[in-house]
Design a protein around this ligand. Structure first.
Ligand SMILES: *[C@@H]1O[C@H](CO)[C@@H](O)[C@H](O)[C@H]1NC(C)=O
Ligand SMILES: *[C@@H]1O[C@H](CO)[C@@H](O)[C@H](O)[C@H]1NC(C)=O
Ligand SMILES: *[C@@H]1O[C@H](CO)[C@@H](O)[C@H](O)[C@H]1NC(C)=O
Ligand SMILES: *[C@@H]1O[C@H](CO)[C@@H](O)[C@H](O)[C@H]1NC(C)=O
Ligand SMILES: *[C@@H]1O[C@H](CO)[C@@H](O)[C@H](O)[C@H]1NC(C)=O
Ligand SMILES: *[C@@H]1O[C@H](CO)[C@@H](O)[C@H](O)[C@H]1NC(C)=O
Ligand SMILES: *[C@@H]1O[C@H](CO)[C@@H](O)[C@H](O)[C@H]1NC(C)=O
Ligand SMILES: *[C@@H]1O[C@H](CO)[C@@H](O)[C@H](O)[C@H]1NC(C)=O
Length: 446
């Protein structure tokens, strides 16, 4: 194992379809398959092809394929000419041929660590692989030069540029040459803005597109970014973040963004489109990367007022040995998608941030055996096994992140009447923070 070799990243690889020719047979080999072709044998109507006493086939053309082969393994091929019934022609010598499958792509390839100039990759090392090649490409697939240092668990690629995406092709090198490669895309750390384009539309309207790069690692909670444009614009649109209308002042070209949902927080880049006019001498607006300023913020604490371990109104209905629990979040929380002009009952609070709360449904004292949760909608059950503070009679749920605005959640339950005589004690509460909730979301973030 020559794993400490330093390999330049500039390689030209022919990965799939490595061609080997021997006498009259040609093979196109991958890690788990082979495509064979041979020169036609005169007199043959069919060919009998035997692969290492393992697989065989009779074909009426001078080519065939085999799959389900093992990687990095030597195979023997014997091709005999056969008559119309597949019986070998005794007077014709079989063609013999050997090939080796290439090494399989590395498994479990992932990013370990990033800095502004380096990215560390790891994968499962295969002890039959002599070494690995790492090729560095930019986002358009062009090869880039960088320093690749192989280590015992992967490779560190350095000499990269900040806030830039790269693709890394990792290829095992074994006794059969280069194996199949696995590819991973990653970007270097760093934060700032990159102006992608400014274009001129009709009637003096200009458009622009930019990408805001957030630091890759941010603390838990919702992340904010203040964008200051040099002059007011006609319109602006953001992706992977929500515009905080309350704290934005469009007249001053100030926009505050929040990444308040878990899926947004996983996006370290925020897209931005804007439209502006470049008018006459009295009003000029030249927007450039230099005069858009960003303030990378602070994690905004979720509003927590009155929502710590609050009982949630429930509707429990029974039918036979089944029942339905509807969780009535709408009586507690302001659903921003709801029609606010209609009268509503209940206490109105802002919802806690996703990634911050768990709904706990307890089966009550008359149902010591607990409920069987058959179908759950609007929320997802979380395993409480090994979680600090979890009660055996309680099932724990989080509201599905993509259904964040919904207040309609519920579950169908069944029960064993012998250990659950009385279901009148079913309760639910919303748990915000605390060791159990933290453990659930830590497990989710990992
Ligand atoms: C043999 O294989 C080649 C390549 O697949 C093909 O072009 C040719 O027609 C085949 N010849 C016969 C006799 O089947
Ligand atoms: C192929 O098999 C059929 C039926 O068994 C037989 O009649 C025929 O003679 C065989 N052909 C050859 C070339 O052996
Ligand atoms: C490779 O590692 C596996 C698992 O650790 C082991 O079972 C196997 O014998 C090793 N093979 C060689 C060629 O060292
Ligand atoms: C990738 O590299 C090529 C060649 O250096 C360059 O022309 C191209 O603009 C680069 N693309 C990106 C997205 O960096
Ligand atoms: C030029 O600037 C003045 C003052 O801001 C404005 O009223 C006017 O609409 C502008 N545009 C054009 C095309 O004159
Ligand atoms: C923004 O920067 C560009 C180029 O650096 C400059 O020409 C322009 O005047 C600046 N715009 C404002 C509004 O300051
Ligand atoms: C609910 O939230 C919206 C948007 O934040 C707000 O306009 C509305 O007044 C709130 N409704 C209640 C009843 O608090
Ligand atoms: C609010 O409560 C009143 C009295 O309990 C009830 O009549 C009304 O239907 C409720 N409204 C809503 C929107 O739930």
């Amino acid at each position: 194992m020559n794993i400490f070799a330093i390999i330049s990243s500039i390689f030209l690889l022919t990965l799939l379809g490595a061609q080997s020719t021997s006498a009259n047979v040609q093979a196109s080999v991958t890690s788990n398959s082979v495509a064979l072709k041979w020169s036609p044998i005169s007199g043959a109507v069919k060919y009998h092809v035997l692969l290492s006493d393992d697989q065989n086939t009779v074909v009426d053309r001078n080519e065939t394929q085999f799959g389900t082969l093992l990687p990095n393994t030597l195979y023997q091929v014997i091709i005999s000419a056969a008559d119309v019934n597949g019986t070998n022609l005794a007077n014709i010598l079989p063609l013999e041929y050997q090939f080796r499958t290439v090494a399989a792509p590395v498994s479990n390839l992932h990013i370990m660590d990033v800095t502004e100039s380096s990215i560390q990759l790891t994968w499962d090392m295969d002890n039959e692989t002599d070494s690995y090649q790492v090729m560095v490409k930019n986002d358009t697939g062009a090869e880039m030069s960088a320093t690749v240092v192989l280590g015992e668990e992967g490779a560190t690629i350095s000499g990269l540029h900040r806030m830039k995406f790269y693709n890394f092709d990792v290829t095992p090198v074994g006794s059969s040459g280069l194996g199949e490669s696995a590819t991973i895309r990653a970007r270097t750390d760093g934060s700032g803005i990159k102006l992608i384009a400014i274009w001129q539309g009709s009637q003096g309207i200009f458009g622009g597109a930019a990408k805001i790069f957030r630091p890759i690692t941010i603390p838990r909670g919702s992340y904010s970014i203040k964008v200051q444009l040099p002059c007011p614009v006609l319109a602006v649109k953001f992706w992977n973040a929500k515009l905080d209308k309350k704290n934005s002042v469009p007249a001053d070209a100030t926009y505050v963004l929040r990444q308040s949902k878990l899926w947004q927080r996983r996006k370290a880049e925020i897209g931005m489109n804007f439209y502006f006019t470049q008018e006459n001498e009295t009003t000029t607006c030249v927007i450039s990367e230099d005069n858009i300023s960003l303030e990378f913020g602070a994690v905004v604490e979720a509003p927590r007022d009155a929502s710590v371990n609050t009982a949630i109104p429930l509707k429990v209905e029974e039918w036979g040995i089944n029942g339905l629990v509807s969780v009535l979040l709408s009586e507690l929380y302001n659903d921003t998608n709801a029609d606010m002009t209609k009268p509503t009952n209940g206490t109105w609070n802002a919802k806690p941030e996703y990634g911050d709360y768990v709904i706990a449904v307890d089966s009550g004292a008359g149902c010591t055996g607990g409920l069987i949760y058959d179908d759950v909608w609007g929320m997802t059950r979380k395993s409480s096994e090994g979680m600090p503070g979890a009660l055996p009679s309680t099932a724990y749920f989080v509201q599905d992140e993509m259904q964040w605005p919904t207040n309609e959640m519920g579950l169908l339950y069944g029960y064993n009447p012998e250990v659950c005589e009385d279901r009148s004690g079913i309760t639910a509460q919303i748990m915000v923070g605390g060791p159990f909730v933290d453990a659930v979301f830590a497990a989710e973030d990992a």
